[in-house]
Design a protein around this ligand. Sequence first.
Ligand code: KG4
Ligand code: ZN
Length: 351
Amino acid sequence: MRILGIETSCDETSAAVVEETGDAQRPWAIRSNIVASQVAIHQEWGGVVPELASRQHLRDICGVVESALHAAATAWGDLGAIAVTQGPGLVGSLLVGVAFAKSAAAAAGLPIVGVHHLAGHIESLVLENGELPLPAVVLVVSGGHTSLYRVDRPGAYHLISRTRDDAAGEAYDKVARLLGLGYPGGPLVDQRAAGRDDRAIDLPSTRLTHADRNAPQLAGDLDFSFSGLKTAVLRHVRRRQDAGGTFTDDEIGDICATFQRKVVTALVDRTVAAALRHGARSIGVAGGVSANSRLRVDMKAAAEAREIPTFLPSLALSTDNAAMIAAAGLRRLRAGHTSALDFNADPSLPL
Ligand code: KG4
Ligand code: ZN
């Protein structure tokens, strides 16, 4: 079966055609994956403006879907289903994808399946690497989320821990903004950190020891927290500014490198600890921050030292895209799920 995937949860309009291969170990192949990025629009404002995002999705969605079908040499009649991101995300953005997908499904007489955005990020790993050795511990780390999941069976995601405050990508974006680097901040901080001193300034490491009263079902000691780190960078910058000074390019690089070491160390330590505690036979890292150069190297090294195979998406599949939504849609469809045509976008959909 071929499925059309649609993703509009934040600031990328994306459509993809993914096909089943018939091989249980490597179940899916990408026929096309088109992404229209809105970065240029939001750059001017230093972050995603929800109203501008949903309007741009409206302008782009028809063309992006047509391109995806064309690039996949696929007609509507060749499709077996449509998958769309139901949530979480910006509600105005989600609504464009959901409304488009429902209309297309009704018009073409196709089943539709609503997909959780993070299930998509997790399945991006299977899309490229085949089924992971299970149980797997997967770190989903993006601008909106930093969570660890245990996958016991294909398609069964069990939450182990998550951030108590900022997501790692959000901390990157905020630090980039206060250093005046621009948006989106993650790749810019990553570039500026290259070759610089990662112990140049004193920044805190946050280690949580107690369960969160809002989530007593989680152990809590594997949770993340990045807002204290971000505030420490802010204080460091303010101290210099209050004294009337500025930073040299090298000093900015040093701040980026030190901040990056702290974030990556927290992500790697907790992921490996979770993998050991849960007897994981593999580790996965997915979501926009999985593009980070240091995270890719350090996670592989730490996991290899414990002989746990580690899987990361290619750069094209690490940030938001519809191929991963199509894959997660096929997973749900084959588990017997479809959505009724009256299902709605849900900005805080639980996984
Ligand atoms: O998964 P994604 O495209 O969108 C969300 O679902 O949030 O992730 C975007 C996030 C942004 O915060 C961006 O700054 C971050 O991923 N990011 C990075 C890098 N590339 C993207 N963070 C650190 N280093 C990178 N190289
Ligand atoms: Zn995402």
